[in-house]
Write a protein that binds this ligand. Sequence first.
Ligand SMILES: *Cc1c(COP(=O)(O)O)cnc(C)c1O
Length: 421
Amino acid sequence: MVSIARGEASYLIGHDGRRYLDMIGSWWTCLFGHSHPPLVAALKAQLDQLDHVLLAGFTHEPAVELAEALIACAPAGLSRVFYADNGSSATDAALKMALHYWRNLGRERKQRFICLSNSYHGETVGALAVSDVALYREHYGPLLFSPLIVTTPDRYEQPPDLDTEAWVARCVAELAQTLEQHGQDVAAMIVEPLVQCAGGMRMYPESYLRHARRLCSEHEVLLIVDEIAVGMARTGKMWGSSHAQISPDLLLTSKALTGGFLPLAAVLAGEHIYQAFYAEYQTRRAFLHSHSYSGNPIACRAAVTTLNLLKAPEFADAHAARCARMQRSVASFADLPHVADTRSQGFIGAIELAADVSTKRPFAWQERRGLRVYRHGLEHGVLLRPLGNVVYFFPPYGLSEEEFQHAEHVARAGILLAVAD
Ligand SMILES: *Cc1c(COP(=O)(O)O)cnc(C)c1O
């Protein structure tokens, strides 16, 4: 166990004074850097103003400002904001909202959900039910409802005899068939746009999202995009769904929403969703979901400040350069032994190791190759925490060139160690 005393920009600093370069952004939360001064200042001011108030019949300035700021930068058509206090509970809220939406429209049959293979939407019971990561699902099966799982056009899984377009077309056809067969019973489809982070930073083409949007509309199925990991410009654009220029019915955001300072989540909804619930109390159509700390003012202040920093004119240029740097970085790992794939999307980079590069036969999980990279990283002051056989970079945006080079150097040596023997 590593005990951390302080955070400072890209570094976590232990009680023993050891410094760890946080190349995974403390699980995809840390956005600009640790204890980022503009966020610290905004939060200090907020602490003197208002700590917390229930968000039922009451509201407050940071909650209103944040809702307005989110809608201003959201995909077109999203006009309402519902707060939760972590990613998984936002997923659960969206699933409940989708089901309840159809009930309110008299479509009670619509109770099922579609998710993608290798998906991850959180670990509360509802979120876990629409997650297809065997490791997390295994023990809790009896608690979980069964979604319809359709194949993700994962570039790494692309069959060798198909080009990308044909691979996407095959997966789109499978989705179309599933909707054809079950659409009447489906409330919503949930997807992680472009990158399945917990699933091993696996990436798929944006064209799939456009097809999914079209097919969901045709079959009267809501589309939920889970931007919890990839929002806040992580993929190069504000949202993963921005790349496909689609508007989902519901959008989830959390993790780096507060710059990585505090837990907070928001479910953004289209006006049609809101209107289906907005009615006299006696009609009993209201959405029933609340958490004690929903829309906490300090967390909302952190998020408002984060969105302002992302909007600053100097951010966009620096960010484009940063994403290009990431692409070059992972490409430089391609010639190492046992590297079966290198891929990047925005400021996410991944290097996938395999026992046999030509067939992509993975290293058995029992061999724990990734753990060797993790340990080597810690010994050399870099926090890398591979997902199985996938070494990845998901660093804070404030990472300097020198820090990046140090991380690359340590990752390269760690990979060489991990694949030896
Ligand atoms: C992390 C994550 C969640 C769950 O968020 P928590 O705040 O950890 O509960 C949901 N969806 C995606 C895509 C995530 O990466």
